[in-house]
Design a protein around this ligand. Sequence first.
Ligand code: TXA
Ligand code: MG
Length: 337
Amino acid sequence: MHCTTKESYFHPDITEEFVRYVRGGGVFIFPTETVYGIGANALDDAACARIFTIKGRPQDNPLIVHVHDAGKIAEYARINSDIECRLIEAFMPGPLTIILPAIPEKISKTACAGLSTVAVRVPDHPLARGILSVLDLPIAAPSANPSGRPSATSAGMARAYFENSVPYIFDGWACDTGIESTIVRVDGDTVRILRPGSIAHEDIEWVLPDCRVEYANASDEKITAPGMKYRHYAPNVRVCIISADEAPPEIPVRSHIALLATEQYLAAFHDTLKTRTEIHPFVWWDRDDPRLLAKVLYETYTRVDWGEYDILLIEDIGEKTGLARAIMNRVRKSAER
Ligand code: TXA
Ligand code: MG
């Protein structure tokens, strides 16, 4: 039999059998507006442990807990400040994750990786909210990818990774944003961005003009998200960051190059590169609007790995806006060796 939710997010795959499977500790994959998540009951240690095993995730890297409605957050975490309330009201549902003190014994210790805090998010995707509402459980879900690899941004990518280990993979088409949520923590009157995302520092400043908004220093493990210290988001092919201010890098003749660059870069350098190599521009976008790059970045990594390329060149788009900063945060991590 099919289940409908309070908000009537009907979907034929949200069946009673599926609900029993998740309540019994099963792992499933679902779309969100940022990236696909690989989820399980956040109240169940064994279910959360399965996610770590399937992903090959380091044990010290906690999971984000997803709830259907912001009103549910207080069941699992303490909201102590007016600033936290205003962030929740302004950005949830949406691509914001907030770190809060966990209510002891409420959330699986495995999901929190033993920390006293919990990361909470209310996704803004009708299928995700439908699933969460029918299950009526908090769902711990990291991004759907084997540890270190690009997050899945389509059901096809998720299937390619996990078809043999996860029986339920919901298809919600391509993710709207394409990069993971912005993670924040509030300290006094400061909002610290632990992981940049599509909710930008300027969006937070606009909602909270009386607060300081800072990026956490990646080298300070106490104030950054534990996961940010790991190599991430990387395709198998070597990634090299290029800049419009410099001539293209020296690349061996007859290399096969995949290129992600702005229209402006292509216009300036395509002919120079083309004389020496085989070049395939995968994505090009207007310098003033990197949303397309965010949306297709991870899918492009996968397509480049399927092709026979020697190198992937990605243009440095700077950090003038919060979204550009979030994209370059991912690109730099994928260029680490
Ligand atoms: O958009 C997203 O956030 C996606 C979708 C599926 O919701 N999820 C996601 O999860 O990106 P994951 O596991 O790939 O990244 C979660 C990050 C990790 O860097 C982890 O260290 C951090 O959140 N995190 C989780 N709990 C935390 C906590 N209590 N304190 C600080 N950081 C935490
Ligand atoms: Mg991830």
